[in-house]
Write a protein that binds this ligand. Structure first.
Ligand code: NAD
Ligand code: ZN
Length: 360
């Protein structure tokens, strides 16, 4: 297997590093129309103390974005791009402050500021024609690895698929563990488990290799410290560990691939709009035949942290909905090849996928 990946250009890590954001971005401030566009999770809209720390100057724009409903959409990116280009012209840079949703919106918007037409036409691998503008990611919830990945996942009219290319990757990230301290328990668990599942999947499949395993083992060890040995809100060092686990999980995945849980999860999210990390947590407990150790440990973490994972969801699903989920899931050939092998179509059946969905 040969992969040749672009990494994040610069990474600032550590408590208090958010205070350096203004200084970090200052060298780009005069590019294009000379203003920065800050895209901030709307959780922070009424957090006056935090808002005062966003290093926006008078000509900059701070746009709060609601992320608790649907996941980012192609139409949302197109609307933001069109609005800012017509109102203020091309920004010097886009700074995303939030979780995976905001990371993806910032990455996608950076690209769409310079690529014509709708973001729908760029959903896929290497379809983007020109580099985007300077873009910075500041995560405030950890687990998705979106801060390090080369994709900006968007839901479009016909598919949920990322704008994936070297230019998607952030120019700069600022990882300040203080910023994730306020994440509520359930989100802390669901999003954190995304990195755990990324690692289990990347390390169990055809594409696993020493590079992805080295990051994967360390990220899993950090997750176990956080979710088994400690628990929600126990120690501040947990936030430091989780933030690094998310980053390492992203790297583990970049050099390998996700597997069965993510394939099923894409189907569930596509048909019902179920949020990515939560969908993974609904599915993963039923994958013991693929990931026995991981599922055992996952269940231990659920129990230890007293997290609610719904069961029997499938009783309300129609046959047509299940068939649609299977269609979406089946099309993720690269995940199946990694998880099951090149001959996955001989080993997996649509009936098997249906049985798995019906367990949920
Ligand atoms: P999110 O960005 O969707 O946010 C989840 C919730 O946490 C929101 O309600 C938000 O308001 C809240 N929140 C964020 N920071 C907070 C804080 N500090 N305190 C309190 N509340 C806070 O969360 P996520 O799980 O990180 O991201 C999910 C998204 O990431 C999905 O859209 C998924 O498709 C995407 N994703 C992308 C990649 C990638 O590689 N690009 C990988 C996995 C998932
Ligand atoms: Zn994931």
């Amino acid at each position: 297997m040969f992969k040749n990946f672009k990494s994040v250009n610069k990474c600032a890590y550590g408590r208090g590093s958010f205070a350096k954001l203004g200084e970090i971005i200052s060298e780009k401030r005069h590019e294009n129309q000379g203003y920065f566009l800050f895209l901030v999770d709307d959780y922070f809209q009424d957090k006056e103390e935090f808002k005062a720390r966003i290093p926006a100057e008078s000509n900059d724009v701070v746009e709060f974005i609601y992320t608790s409903g649907d996941e980012p959409k192609t139409s949302q990116i197109d609307e933001l791009r069109d609005r800012f280009l017509s109102q203020k012209g091309l920004p010097a840079g886009v700074i995303g402050i939030g979780g995976g949703s905001i990371m993806d919106i910032a990455k996608a918007l950076s690209l769409m500021f310079t690529n014509e037409g709708s973001s729908v036409q760029y959903q896929g691998l290497n379809l983007i024609k020109k580099p985007g503008i300077y873009h910075v990611g500041v995560p405030t919830i950890s687990g998705t690895g979106a801060e390090v990945s080369m994709t900006a996942v968007l839901t479009g009219p016909t598919k949920k698929l990322g704008l994936k290319c070297d230019w998607t990757v952030f120019d700069q990230i600022v990882l300040d563990p203080d910023l994730i301290a306020s994440v509520p328990r359930n989100e802390w668990f669901y999003t954190g488990m995304d990195t755990y599942i990324h690692c289990v999947e990347s390390m169990n499949g055809r594409l696993k290799n020493t590079f992805s395993e080295a990051y994967g083992y360390k990220a899993i060890e950090l997750c176990k410290d956080v979710y088994i040995n400690e628990g929600y809100g126990q120690t501040a060092i947990n936030d430091e560990k989780l933030m690094v686990a998310s980053y390492f999980g992203g790297l583990s995945l970049t050099y390998s691939e996700v597997g069965v849980c993510h394939a099923l999860s894409y189907g569930l999210s596509y048909v019902f709009g179920t949020r990515h990390c939560f969908a993974n947590c609904v599915i993963f407990p039923h994958l013991g035949e693929y990931y026995p150790e991981g599922v055992k440990e996952f269940n231990e973490m659920v129990e230890k942290n007293n997290i609610f994972i719904p069961k029997n969801l499938s009783k309300d699903w129609t046959d047509a909905e299940i068939e649609k989920m299977i269609d979406v899931c089946w099309a993720l050939t690269h995940m199946w090849k990694h998880a099951i092998g090149d001959d996955w179509e001989q080993k997996l059946t649509r009936q098997k996928l249906k049985e798995l969905y019906l367990k949920m």
